[in-house]
Write a protein that binds this ligand. Structure first.
Ligand code: OVV
Length: 411
């Protein structure tokens, strides 16, 4: 080690771009999660492209640039990972997803299979079951009057329908939310959230790997439908379990936080609950607006495949670009009154599910869960009152609550 003296030149800041606004915001810190709207405004107002010194990555927080990056997958690829880690430099923490972490042409075939398994036709088969389960859940909660809207509603409702829709056995389902928590923490930087999650992940990974096997998936479920596509020659026997794994990774914690966001909105904005009660057909849009407003999936990265211009700045090949979906969904350049929860807003174009070729393949399942729950609340509940301390849950990618104590009253 050579001694440093005050006369040594300052080390050059390798990679730090010239002319791009540099911010000290850490979008993966507890302080950020606790109060992210002021930081997101700073990120948007600093310019169309920013550089985050803490993690040495570029960021885009305005709607136009987030949308543009999402819709140019040849330049902004997914196959090097959609978290901070670059798979061309670091070993992934688990075998990569063959849909999320893939580019065309490989992405196209797996995407086609999952989009057919989760198609409008396939969803007709589960709609009545979802609606009945939502009504039963709300009836049960009306008997209790006071409960935790996270554990007893936002988690309990998807857990009552989604694992069955997939065809999972009963045993071991307690691994599902912890596994998803690891997956979404692992997209983040190597902070304590990510390191602790991966360190504790082995039992959850073992459970998921086992449930993805064909013999463990009940006939008629989404899992069996994926494996049936092996017989049709659309995917290989090795690919099927990995596509089931994608549903187990992305299909539960996301809707938990989406439904949690919607209930939190209706509890905070009783005028919007009143409008929903007047017209329960607004349930689907009320859910969509909650996805825009809270953006349960806050961020994803892409990696540049070539030198490219973003917002007038030159970005080199092999750079990570962080897309702030939540900030884009509240960009005043795109949205009128972006910080208002308005269940009659025209929500289309929000990037809470992404955009382009990777846009959430399970979005119809998510919307069906959200719509059926909000429709049941609209018809059966007259008020939602927050009765105790609201506690936030911390995750590198997912935004949501740990606890939301509420009391509800019947119509
Ligand atoms: C969208 C998403 C999130 C997490 C995991 C996956 C996808 C996957 O394909 O495994």
């Amino acid at each position: 080690m050579s001694a440093m003296s005050r006369t040594d030149p300052v080390a050059p800041d390798h990679g730090a771009p010239v002319g791009v606004p540099r911010l000290d915001v850490d979008p993966f810190s507890i302080e950020y999660f606790d109060d992210l709207h002021p930081s997101q405004e700073r990120l948007r107002e600093a310019g169309p492209l920013v550089y985050l010194d803490k993690w040495k990555v570029y960021g885009v927080a305005r709607y136009a640039e987030v949308h543009a990056v999402l819709n140019d997958p040849a330049t902004f690829c997914s196959s090097r990972g959609v978290g901070l880690s670059d798979f061309s430099k670091e070993k992934p923490w688990r075998p990569p997803s063959i849909i999320l972490e893939a580019d065309p042409p490989e992405h196209t075939r797996t995407r086609t299979v999952l989009s057919q398994v989760l198609s409008p036709t396939a969803l007709k088969q589960v709609r009545d079951r979802f609606a009945a389960a939502a009504a039963a859940k709300v009836d049960e909660l009306l008997e209790r009057r006071s409960f935790d809207a996270v554990a007893d509603l936002a988690e309990a409702y998807p857990l009552a329908i989604f694992p069955d829709a997939l065809g999972l056995k009963q045993e071991g389902r307690e691994h599902l939310l912890p596994y998803a928590g690891v997956v979404f923490n692992a997209f983040g930087p190597p902070n304590q959230l990510r390191q602790d999650a991966i360190e504790r992940s082995a039992p959850h990974q073992a459970y998921v790997a086992e449930q993805c096997q064909r013999e463990n998936l009940a006939p008629g479920g989404f899992g069996a439908c994926i494996h049936a596509r092996v017989d049709a020659g659309d995917i290989t026997a090795a690919e099927a379990p990995l596509l089931v794994r994608s549903l187990l990774s992305a299909g539960l914690d996301t809707t938990v936080n989406g439904i949690g966001a919607a209930v939190y909105c209706l509890a905070r904005y009783p005028d919007q609950l009143a409008r929903l009660r007047q017209d329960p057909s607004l349930a689907r849009n009320a859910f969509e607006e909650a996805v825009r407003f809270e953006s349960p999936v806050q961020t994803f990265f892409r990696t540049t495949t070539r030198e490219v211009e973003i917002g007038g700045h030159r970005v080199g090949e092999g750079e990570k670009v962080l897309m702030f979906l939540g900030a884009a969904n509240r960009d005043p350049r795109r949205w009128e009154n972006p910080d208002s929860y308005d269940i009659t807003r025209r929500t289309s174009g929000h990037v809470g599910y992404g955009s382009g070729i990777h846009m959430c393949v399970g979005q119809l399942v998510a919307r069906l869960e959200g719509e059926t729950m909000l429709a049941a609340l609209a018809r059966k509940v007259s008020s939602i009152e927050i009765t105790g301390p609201v506690k936030r849950r911390y995750n590198n990618t997912l935004r949501g609550l740990e606890s939301l104590p509420v009391a509800i009253a019947p119509v």
